[in-house]
Design a protein around this ligand. Structure first.
Ligand code: EPZ
Length: 443
């Protein structure tokens, strides 16, 4: 048993990634469809009895979990060539199981479509994962304003529309916080409500706009999606539609950061650059050169990169989902950097693991980190505690001297499809080892 393994935070019964750092990358990385859009689009398929055909769907564990939830409600689900087809005609249930929904925050977004379609819904509260408590009062408050009676007992939110023939009533709703999930939930609910709904202080994320694109293709009447005020005129029913998922801006950003941390020239495609302006601005301010090429972006680094100050905010601000991967980059660049996480109250779990690799980081214990860049991180066993923290460990491993073992792949695989295979294809020395080999290596 090596000393490192003795001190490792890693459960040796887990698969891990093994990364030999300091390899230049070269070539092109393909970006998949956006996880956080695909999950909302799947929830929207509940709103129609007719089939919804989705293209560019990512192959992720979260997508599989959402599919299981929908099938358990009676949804038809099959693949047709490159399309994922969801048929809502057979939906008879409105109460997804606790065992499945607790794994997936996005499952709670189903409460809007189920209530709009059936006038009743029973959805377990989503698990508050490590990054914060993640309440859902904005979702519930908006649905109550639309005429739903909501009660919470034993961790299940029960909602029912009393009167108005079980149909929600459109109304003005002002969100206290531009919650992505609440905006999506209420926008979906409003498509079948009676009359007009106006969502103010709505989330402006590209995934909200993508969801509105599918809903409009289904016959919904929506204006202003992507801005802070969204107007929805309710209709009686929605028909089937085809829709392609937008590229995953968080995956694209992760790849750009991987290029920067290895001082590589990489082509990342496809990228909708307007979805990443805040991130591109930071990378360029640090000394990266980024230029549009075809459907994507080409990034190179010009000499020394410099530290920066970043503050996560709702879109179009710097995305909280890239805070951890970006911090891994900041740990390796010259100078001081300041990171403030304003979206989630507990999203600095990756700091301890980066410090294990030799990063010099101080925090205020909650949401502010001060980094002093070091010339070299050291490869050691580390673990990702949530999806984006796991991605941060991979980024750090690509830059570190020596071998980094990354555990927590059950988190990583929720948001990145076969990440190691794609990084290998551009020159990274990275491989996935299964649990038995992990234990042997530690012996
Ligand atoms: C979505 O989560 C994403 N998930 C998250 O991505 C992303 O980090 C987040 O938006 C912010 O961009 C999906 O789309 C499936 P929020 P969501 O409601 O909708 C507080 C990833 O790594 N809040 O905008 O849950 C909440 O506690 C994941 O891909 C309330 O206070 O995010 C948080 O602090 C992680 N009350 C902040 O708002 C509420 O009723 C942002 O939450 C709702 C939210």
């Amino acid at each position: 048993m090596t000393l490192a393994a003795l001190n490792s935070p890693v459960d040796l019964n887990q698969s891990q990634l093994l990364i030999v750092g300091r390899q230049r990358l070269e070539g092109e990385l393909q970006v998949n469809g956006a996880k956080n859009s695909a999950l909302a689009l799947m929830a929207a398929s509940v709103l129609s009895r007719e089939p919804i055909r989705l293209q560019n769907m990512p192959d992720l564990t979260d997508i599989g979990t959402m599919a299981k939830i929908l099938v358990s409600l009676g949804m038809g689900f099959h693949l047709e060539g490159s399309s994922t087809v969801l048929s809502g005609g057979g939906i008879t249930r409105h109460d997804p199981s606790y065992d499945l929904t607790r794994r997936l925050r996005a499952s709670f977004f189903l409460i809007g479509p189920l209530l709009a379609r059936h006038g009743v819904a029973k959805v377990p509260l989503p698990g508050g994962c490590r990054i914060g408590s993640r309440p859902v009062h904005e979702h519930n408050k908006g649905l109550e304003a639309m005429g739903a009676r909501i009660s919470i007992a034993s961790g299940v939110v029960s909602a029912e529309v009393r009167g108005n023939q079980g149909r929600l009533q459109g109304c003005p709703i002002h969100l206290d916080y531009p919650s992505v999930g609440a905006t999506e939930t209420l926008m979906m609910a409003a498509t079948l409500a009676e009359g007009e709904t106006v969502l103010r202080n709505a989330a402006q994320e590209p995934e909200v706009e993508d969801l509105a694109g599918l809903l409009k293709a289904m016959g919904a009447r929506i204006r202003g999606a992507g801005s802070s005020t969204i107007q929805i005129s309710g209709v009686k029913e929605l028909h089937g539609a085809d829709h392609a998922v937008i590229p995953d801006r968080i995956e694209a950003g992760t790849f750009l950061i991987a290029a920067a941390v290895t001082r590589s020239r990489l082509h990342v495609t496809p990228v909708e650059s307007s979805h990443l302006n805040a991130v591109l601005a930071k990378l360029e301010a640090m000394g990266c050169s980024i230029s549009p090429q075809g459907q994507g972006l080409t990034i190179t680094t010009l000499g020394q990169l410099r530290g920066c100050e970043l503050r996560t905010q709702p879109f179009p601000g710097f995305p909280t989902d890239l805070q951890a991967p970006f911090m891994a980059l900041l740990a390796t660049v010259q100078g001081d950097s300041f990171v403030t996480e304003t979206v989630f109250e507990n999203r600095l779990q990756h700091v301890a693991e980066l410090k294990r690799m030799g990063a010099q980081i101080h925090t205020n214990g909650t949401n502010v980190a001060i980094l002093k860049g070091v010339p070299m991180l050291s490869g050691v066993p580390v673990a990702g505690t949530d999806l984006r923290a796991a991605a941060a460990m991979v980024i750090a491993g690509l830059a570190a001297d020596g071998v980094t073992h990354v555990a927590g792949l059950e988190h990583l695989d929720r948001g990145y499809t076969r990440l190691e295979e794609r990084l290998q294809a551009v020159g990274a020395r990275i491989s996935r080892i299964d649990a038995t080999r992990t234990a042997l290596l530690a012996a």
